[in-house]
Design a binder for this molecule. Structure first.
Ligand code: SER
Length: 317
């Protein structure tokens, strides 16, 4: 059985990916790794946990050696809005952390999963049906770290044969763990506000369309791309994937079908609005569909229904 290490264990993706991987590969074969924020009990009680900073290269290597790791899901990173507040920190964690992971993978023969993002595109990228191969000149430090990460993963594959694979995730919507520090966070916050009986004030303006995905689809995609037949992968790294595309008012209208008196207004955050304006409206994910069978299960109505059901239980509503 493969041994898998996941960095960013307390994060939005990590907290759910670890649970799914442990169900599939066995609890003791999936090593959860965090740093400052401890993951919740569900993670701590279901398999090994290690605490280290991904910027510490010897700590990364020690844990990979200790558990004889085969695959590293490297999820630790700083998101777009926090990145603009702390650009040097974002570069340090996002780039030096990835570099340490890839170098350890080279030395120990591990495969690497790297989460890229819609943020790897910029204002000169075509925003509608954004192609797999296109102009990538992002202006946020987070986006710059994501394009650099895509290239570094490709470099380690071509130069050293490291089996690096990755996805360009859209905004991810989930009820387990809050995202924290991203531009697409409104699409999660809005559900908490709606269920707590409050109106929501969107920090993105009306008409800001972005690609989005419900977390169960994102988890399936991350596992599927790493299990895909390498012979079918032409790109390997940074596949566009999407499941739905909407603007704040579309999500509000969908929520109102379940909570009719829910209301939303707008107070635009110029930093996050500028970032969102530079990202695609909807990506073309046909390469992922063709090369490893990507197919989302949740569209906007299905995601909204499930989010409201699950979050109502969680919040005791
Ligand atoms: N959800 C991320 C963010 O908003 C994009 O990858 O920063």
């Amino acid at each position: 059985m493969k041994r898998i290490l996941v960095t960013g264990a307390a994060g939005q993706i990590g907290s759910e990916l670890i649970v799914a991987l442990r169900q599939r590969y066995g609890g003791n074969n999936v090593i959860a790794c965090g740093h400052r924020t401890m993951p919740d009990r569900k993670i701590l009680d279901s398999g090994p946990f290690e605490s280290f900073d991904v910027r510490d290269s010897s700590a990364v290597t020690d844990v990979v050696s200790k558990y004889e790791v085969d695959i590293i899901y490297h999820l630790a990173g700083i998101l777009s809005a926090t990145g603009e507040a702390k650009p040097q920190l974002a570069w340090d964690i996002n780039i030096n952390g990835l570099s340490n992971v890839l170098e350890t993978a080279r030395q120990h023969g591990c495969a690497v999963f790297f989460p890229s993002s819609i943020a790897s595109f910029g204002p000169s990228t075509p925003q509608v049906n954004t192609p797999q191969e296109t102009i990538q000149r992002p202006q946020s430090i987070y986006g710059i770290s994501k394009v650099s990460g895509e290239l570094l993963c490709d470099y380690y594959y071509h130069r050293f044969g490291v089996d690096s694979r990755g996805l360009r995730f859209p905004g991810l919507i989930s009820y387990e763990t809050l995202p924290g520090g991203g531009t697409t966070d409104y699409a999660v916050e809005i559900f908490y506000a709606a269920l707590r009986g409050k109106k929501y004030t969107s920090f993105l303006q009306k008409g800001t369309r972005l690609d989005m995905m419900y977390m169960p689809d994102a988890i399936r995609a991350a596992i599927a791309v790493m299990e895909a037949d390498p012979g079918r992968l032409i790109i390997r790294n940074a596949f566009n994937i999407t499941a739905m595309s909407f603007a704040p008012e579309d999500l509000c209208a969908e929520i109102q079908k379940f909570i009719p008196d829910f209301t939303m207004d707008y107070k635009v955050d110029p930093v996050r609005q500028a970032i969102a304006d530079s990202w695609p409206n909807n990506m073309d994910d046909s390469a992922a569909r063709m090369q490893w069978g990507w197919q989302p299960e949740y569209d906007l109505p299905a995601m909204t229904k499930d989010m409201i059901e699950k979050l109502s239980c969680k919040l005791g509503r």
